[in-house]
Design a protein. Structure first.
Lengths: 172, 437
């Protein structure tokens, strides 16, 4: 179940260079070795191709944000997730892992559980919009993979997030 | 792993006149809170063919004793009496003159490929030896353990409590920038020496926990791409993932006091509860069932109760329940959020992480939640672990900002003697193992 070919990896580098935003990898380029969904945490294809993962990341938007210590979806988050669901419903050959993250203002275990709550809230919303649960998995990174590294609300608000990372494959 | 070759705590009756250990006034009652450290003299041990190890061992003993904050070394330059041999009689007036209350003498030799340390403790005011002389032997590479053993004996004789120097700590070694932090499992001596690594940095590892017996550790690893609990043998770093229900996340493990079972958090559909399973396999038993987050469990020393954190009240708070599950009782009621509770090995206190007013604190409270005392405060302190004798707490302190990093610190349960463990580099999530045999 290896989902990303070497050719696709080449495209991924181009796409990343083009948008110059490696943070779109959710886990910041950290691959999940041996993960159930393979090492698919790489955006691929042209940002201008509506069928490409790069388009999903950059245009549809792969990230939603949360308020402090909450996993409730904001109106803005629901809007982004509706777009994600539409895209996933139109591209049945993709599966997704929803990664939940927390800012550093919390203890390690609690933040893992909080990230899981956030990822689950996103998963439930995508399912409510018609995406099959069999195509979705969740994982929490807690406070282990911040996007922004300052220690103020400006960065914390970016780190309290859930990222939908897609990859080729039916999911199960 | 270092092996204790000859656990010869064979107390030699090296004294001539003293038939029984004399209990003089040389005593520290730790509970009373030690303001003025007890002055002691530790002349460099007599070199009986051990070369540089002689002074190395002497200095580690001094570092152990002075590092507690309970003792203060009188520098050797101030000593009046000089010992020509281990059997030279003590001239008490010479030590009284420099206000030493305790005197430790010793020798280091080599015999049959082993390092042999002999030592005696003297109560200067009583003018008598305290306890018997002792002899310890170990392989040369275990010389630091020899020194820790000597310091543990001296600590125990003066305080009446067991020591904690000959012990190890498992932790997460951290390197790299904050947004791409690399984490490796590592073990070290309690003082930061003898670091060895149990995993490479290819995957995130979190929150290792020593078995009470010190032979195994539990930790959380992302090696499958998802948080899973792994059990590892400390001796050979061989590990195995614990069984798991597909589609769940498991983390925050802790051994039962007999080392035979594991209590941990399991997340399913966004909800995290506490479960327990035997380390030898078999099914998982669910201990809590609430829509809140239940995590960071730890057992009471007698194994009958579990302390954990839950946000069922709306914020993280500390609860205690029977080890088999049942109705939890909330014990934390102060301002702010409380997490990561750990039960003291003495059974009397629970240490915790507190968050209030944008700062983090390490504190202790009685097991019913009374008498809360905060021991530290900083931008981010978390994850306390107890020394084997319940007198010292080690924890993670992280500094803020893009260049921020984590270090290990210790603090006495009196709140005194806060200090970083140097020479370890970036480090987090300590778990203090038992006193070694």
């Amino acid at each position: 179940m290896h989902l990303v070919t070497k050719a696709a990896m080449g495209l991924a580098l181009i796409a990343l260079a083009a948008c110059n935003n490696p943070s779109k990898n959710g886990a910041n380029g950290v691959v999940d070795p041996g993960g159930a969904f393979g090492d698919g945490a790489i955006s691929q294809g042209s940002i201008n191709d509506p069928n490409s993962p790069a388009y999903f990341s950059a245009t549809v938007g792969d990230t939603v944000h949360f308020v402090v210590d909450q996993s409730t979806l904001t109106d803005e988050a629901r809007s982004i997730l509706s777009g994600q669901a539409q895209w996933l419903n139109a591209h049945q050959n993709y599966a997704a892992i929803v990664e939940g993250h927390a800012d550093e203002q919390g203890t390690r275990e609690y933040n893992l559980a909080l990230g899981a709550r956030r990822a689950s809230a996103v998963q439930e919303y995508l399912i409510s919009q018609g995406v099959s649960g069999a195509r979705l998995r969740t994982v929490s990174y807690g406070k282990e993979r911040p996007l922004a590294v300052c220690s103020s609300e400006e960065c914390y608000s970016k780190n309290r997030r859930a990222v939908t990372v897609i990859s080729l494959g039916a999911g199960s | 792993m270092v092996r204790w070759i000859l656990a010869a705590v064979a107390a030699l009756m090296m004294t001539t006149g003293l038939a029984a250990a004399q209990q003089g006034p040389l005593h520290i009652e730790i509970d009373e809170g030690v303001i003025e450290p007890l002055p002691y003299a530790l002349p460099t041990f007599i070199n009986e063919g051990a070369g540089g190890l002689t002074s190395d061992i002497t200095r580690v003993i001094a570092a152990d004793l002075s590092g507690t904050g309970l003792f203060r070394e009188i520098p050797e330059s101030a000593h009046i009496q000089r010992f020509a041999s281990f059997e030279t009689p003590v001239s008490y007036p010479d030590w009284q003159a420099i206000n030493a209350q305790a005197l430790i003498t010793g020798s280091v030799g080599l015999s049959g490929g082993k390092v042999v340390v002999k030592f005696r403790l003297f109560d200067i005011y009583s003018g008598a030896q305290l306890g018997d002389g002792q002899q310890l032997a170990a392989s040369p590479q275990s010389w630091r353990r020899l020194a820790h053993k000597v310091a543990d004996v001296i600590y125990a004789r003066i305080t009446g409590e067991s020591g904690y120097f000959d012990s190890r700590v498992v932790f997460v070694s951290e390197s790299g920038p904050k947004d791409k932090r690399q984490k490796r499992l590592a073990v070290m001596d309690y003082d930061g020496a003898n670091i060895s690594y149990l995993t490479d940095s290819s995957t995130i590892v979190l929150a290792p926990r020593f078995a009470p017996q010190g032979d195994r550790i539990l930790f959380t690893t992302f090696e499958t791409g998802f948080p899973r609990i792994k059990m590892m043998n400390v001796g050979n770093a061989a590990g195995q993932l614990l069984p798991e229900t597909p589609g769940t996340m498991t983390f925050s493990p802790r051994f039962s006091r007999d080392g035979g079972s594991v209590i941990y958090s399991l997340e399913q559909n966004g909800n995290t509860d506490l479960y327990r399973m035997s380390v030898s396999g078999g099914g998982a038993e669910r201990l809590t069932n609430s829509p809140a987050i239940e995590t960071a469990p730890d057992f009471s020393p007698d194994g009958s109760r579990v302390v954990f954190e839950s946000d069922r009240s709306g914020t993280q708070q500390i609860y205690v329940m029977p080890a088999s599950g049942g109705e939890p009782v909330r014990i934390s009621f102060g301002e702010g959020r409380y997490g990561t509770p750990v039960w003291s090995p003495r059974g009397d206190l629970i240490a915790f992480t507190k968050q209030a007013g944008g700062r983090f604190f390490i504190g202790v409270m009685r097991t019913d939640g009374s008498e809360e005392r905060l021991l530290t405060a900083s931008f981010l302190d978390e994850g306390p672990t107890w020394s084997p004798n319940g007198r010292v707490i080690m924890f993670t302190r992280e500094s803020p900002g893009a260049a921020g990093g984590a270090k290990l610190y210790t603090v006495d349960i009196s709140g005194r003697n806060l200090k970083a463990i140097e020479g370890v580099g970036g480090a987090s999530d300590p778990s203090w193992g038992p006193l070694l045999p």
